[in-house]
Design a protein around this ligand. Structure first.
Ligand code: NI
Length: 255
């Protein structure tokens, strides 16, 4: 069955029909969803969702967009939340130089501190990287440790860098953009990176795959990402679904 490695079901865009939509996911072939937080509030909401639904797992962390609101107290809070057994990772964390919603030095500081937290907790971490490939790589490299692992979410970098992240113990997660006609780099990554190192995701409610581009995304649409990767690689849909499923479970050590 499908695993959506990254969705924000706590987003207000699901307020109208969240329970209904989640209750239909199994029927739509989705086994599991990882719902990362972006700040304290959304991390708490992720945990609440994960406690309400078996199939939902949470991650806790502060997105680069909110790095200027991050502090030591919040770090301590995440440390406490991470003890919850439905919390699988620290995330999403990283750098976003496209929107630049927080000053870059804050983004870098709190990305680094949260990587250190993942290390301290021996947990995977989930990386958001938008137009900041070099700095993301450098911080991860500088803070690298044996046992480091996690996900490069909605990966948008090139193949060479993807190979470096894989060497560091990370999986490359592809989302809706791989289905867009103009996203040559994502398609190339899908073609060249072996299935053993790939995950699939939606980043719901954002980045809906074709043929739903521009509409609200939701975890059931992750199948279009799997279909596109199968097409690009020339393998069966089932192979993509099964491999990405077992990659996810291996990373997070779940059944
Ligand atoms: Ni996200």
């Amino acid at each position: 069955m499908l695993i959506d490695s990254h969705a924000h079901l706590d987003d207000e865009k699901f307020d109208e029909d969240r329970d209904e939509l989640i209750n239909l996911l199994k029927q739509n072939g989705v086994e599991l969803v990882l719902n990362p937080g972006c700040d304290v509030k959304t991390s708490e909401r992720s945990i609440q969702l994960s406690e309400k639904y078996d199939m939902i797992y949470a991650a806790v962390g502060t997105h680069p967009e909110d790095a200027d609101k991050m502090d030591e107290e919040t770090l301590e809070l995440y440390k406490k939340y991470a003890l919850n057994k439905k919390v699988l990772a620290i995330g999403e964390i990283g750098l976003d130089y496209y929107y630049d919603n927080s000053p870059r030095e804050y983004q870098r500081k709190w990305f680094r501190e949260q990587v250190k937290l993942a290390k301290q907790l021996d947990m995977p971490y989930i990386v958001h990287d938008r137009d900041a490939h070099e700095d993301v790589f450098n911080i991860m490299k500088e803070e690298h440790y044996s046992g480091a692992r996690g996900i490069l979410h909605c990966y948008s970098g090139n193949i060479e860098l993807a190979k470096e992240f894989i060497k560091m113990g990370f999986l490359i997660s592809l989302g809706g953009p791989v289905t867009f006609k103009n996203s040559k780099v994502s398609k190339k990554v899908a073609f060249e990176i072996p299935l053993e190192h790939l995950l699939i995701e939606t980043d719901s409610p954002y980045l809906a795959p074709e043929p739903f581009r521009g509409k609200r995304n939701q975890p059931a649409l992750v199948k279009y990402v799997a279909e596109e990767i199968a097409k690009i690689k020339g393998v069966s849909y089932d192979e993509v679904v099964n491999k990405t499923n077992s990659n996810f479970k291996r990373l997070f050590k779940i059944n």
